[in-house]
Design a protein around this ligand. Sequence first.
Ligand code: BES
Ligand code: ZN
Ligand code: ZN
Length: 477
Amino acid sequence: MKINLTNSKINKIKSDVEIVLVNDIDNLKEKELLESLEFKALDEAIVFLPEGKKIFVGFEDETYDSLAIAISTAIKKFQTTTFKSAKIDLTSFDSVLLKPIVEGTILGSYTFNNYKSKKEKKKKQELIISIQEDSPTLDNIELNSILKESTIISKAVNKARDMVNTTPGDFYPEVMAQLAKKLAKDAGIDYKIKGEKFLLKNNMNAMLSVGRASIHESKLIHLTYKPKEANKKIILVGKGLTYDSGGLSLKPADYMVTMKSDKSGGCTVLATIWAIAKLELPYEIHAVVGAVENMIGGDAYKPDDVLKAKNGTTIEVRNTDAEGRLVLADCLSYAQDEISDIDYIFDYATLTGACVVGVGQYTTGIMGNNEILKRNAVSSALNSGEYASSLDFNRYLKKSIKSEIADISNIASTRYGGAITAGLFLDNFVAKENKEKWLHFDIAGPAFVEKAWGYNPYGASGAGVRMTIEFLKNINK
Ligand code: BES
Ligand code: ZN
Ligand code: ZN
């Protein structure tokens, strides 16, 4: 969907259809007609009047969510028509609301049809947005830069969605590495890809063990964006389980379906570094992804094994389905060993079902040792259009991952607080000097959408991309 801004008045703009955002039906000349059609100014309410060439959509308040949902509802309808162009009047809105309109349009019009035998042709459609010339808050140049920025951000989210939606038969660690390379080249940034020989040589036995039963070689992916004017150094680490069968602690059949999405954390950090490079933000960014497939077989790692991680910590494996934390453990160590004097280190993972139970399927759980950092991350997430909630560590849960025979166990001894005990496990692989610089994002809930919501169709959502970019944008403020 092409988006253009114009200062022309709405009735001067030529287009096939007009999208009207309705918060209060009383002011409309079509009031009676809309009432007779039982239209209400609520989220996802829509009436299409083909004769009048108008699409009415409800919105409940002037918030990111409400406006992004409204425009995506309208755009989805527009996509079902043969119309080429739509226009919308935003002159009465605060100009900062251009962001949800642009992002709602691009995210809402996303489709994934790679596996359909009858491919629908991508229609060339255009949205023309009427904005106030030099609005009280922002001038034309600033509005055009919002359009540009939101377009890059949404494209990054859609790139993550495309990768996550790709099936495990077509997307295994080597494929992830090649796609990472392609993204790096497109963004003009550096890349390193390492195989199992490197993992072995560097004592990354935790990560290595998880991928051992797979026919696909595990890959460590490291992308670097290093602009000259960089004033901060940030590491993004991602769980890239291209498939999680559970391993020998095999998942029940119903729980295995959708586990192609266990690479979401990795896809999020790849898409995010791509966007940051495109936006030319003044930070040195490292994206480190552990791309691994967790399978069964004679060579599989086992419950009862003890693994020595890269940082020397020994881990008792009590459940091979708690594999993400093993991969992240070594990736966190690798990143901190390779990159010195960092300002932040964030990791992203579809780590626990417990997080979904705890905060619901729409929300990311954010954990860490630095209360202020956590709070800022939650607030950036909410400002970016994502949901997030802080989950707090405590000394008792910390004790629950003790092991009788090794330094720690990969699962907790308590059934409760599984998202937090997984976060506490990862804390063992964050160096002392980085404890306050680290955050863990459990995206197990929002990463994969089983029932469409808002502007997210069925499938991958690209969770984590928008919140991270928003967080990084605000760091220097
Ligand atoms: N990939 C799963 C977590 C997950 C569950 C992601 C549901 C998305 C949706 C992870 O590797 C896992 O299996 N975790 C176990 C941990 C348990 C064995 C301690 C879980 O959550 O059940
Ligand atoms: Zn698992
Ligand atoms: Zn997993």
